[in-house]
Design a protein around this ligand. Structure first.
Ligand code: SAM
Length: 246
């Protein structure tokens, strides 16, 4: 288990300025379509594991009834402000048990924090436990081993007296293991006060075959779909349909 990231704890209130909900509209459309496409039943109730600030959910909720689970209470607070009509629960995607079943389970980039094959297996089990037979699973990691390239991404926004900018430098210190690093430099402006924070994130990196095996083993018929997450950033979306026989 790696240390909790500052962005999701002490700095969570800055999340909407680092990664604004409006920026998620297009990709949420892709995830919503993949959910409906993979499901063999009408989809209404969707469980999102690692829902963070609720940016995706703010779009998906127009189409589905969203239940949102995250490990970080401060991120749940951010999401509650954006999505007051959604049910929010604190929990770890590897072990949480909500006590009901859903038509679909969605896991976006929070799955990047699964850094071992055991983490992946436990998370996919959580998804299977909460998914009705014929229901859908959509998992959208930032990278798989085959598509990972070291790189830099920048962004950020202003709101009122405050502004935030980030530089996210991804690199892989040891290509033989199952992780890469994201060195996140945050520049936070409050009025005329500006501070710089370095927040180091360790994320998981697995071959496509490892993902598919984890999803299949948990009880889904799985496939991988190539997607373009951003210009020049090729990614893979994992889609599953819950089998009835497990
Ligand atoms: C990049 S944010 C997700 C943002 C989200 N895609 C959105 O639409 O706002 C990553 C989130 O993963 C959560 N997270 C990390 N490890 C987790 C775990 N084991 N279980 C549940 N959530 C986790 C963090 O607390 C954080 O809120």
């Amino acid at each position: 288990m790696t240390a909790p990231q500052l962005l999701y704890t002490q700095l969570a209130e800055w999340w909407p300025l680092i990664s604004a909900p409006e920026e998620y509209e297009e990709e949420a459309e892709v995830y919503g379509a993949a959910i409906v496409d993979a499901a063999q039943l009408p989809v209404r109730a969707v469980l999102e594991l690692g829902s963070g600030g609720g940016s995706n959910a703010s779009h998906l909720k127009r189409r589905f009834e969203m239940t949102l689970v995250d490990l970080a209470p401060a991120m749940l607070d951010v999401s509650r402000r954006l999505n007051p009509e959604c049910r929010h629960l604190e929990g770890d995607m590897r072990s949480v048990r909500v006590g009901s079943r859903f038509d679909a389970v969605f896991i976006h980039d929070a799955v990047d924090y699964m850094v071992t094959e055991n983490d992946l297996a436990a998370t996919m089990r959580t998804a299977a436990v909460h998914c009705r037979p014929g229901g859908a699973l959509v998992v959208a990691p930032d990278y798989v081993r085959e598509t990972f390239r070291p790189g830099v991404e920048t962004g950020g926004n202003d709101a009122g007296d405050r502004g935030a900018r980030y530089l996210d430098w991804t690199w892989d210190p040891d290509p033989a293991d199952t992780t890469y690093r994201s060195e996140l430099v945050l520049v936070l402006r409050d009025g005329e006060d500006v501070r710089v924070v370095l927040d180091r994130h360790t994320c998981g990196l697995f071959p496509e075959a490892t993902w598919l095996a984890a999803i299949e083993d948990a009880g889904f018929a799985a496939r991988a779909i190539a997607v373009e997450l951003a210009p020049g950033h090729r990614g893979v979306l994992f889609v599953g349909t819950r089998r009835a026989d497990v």
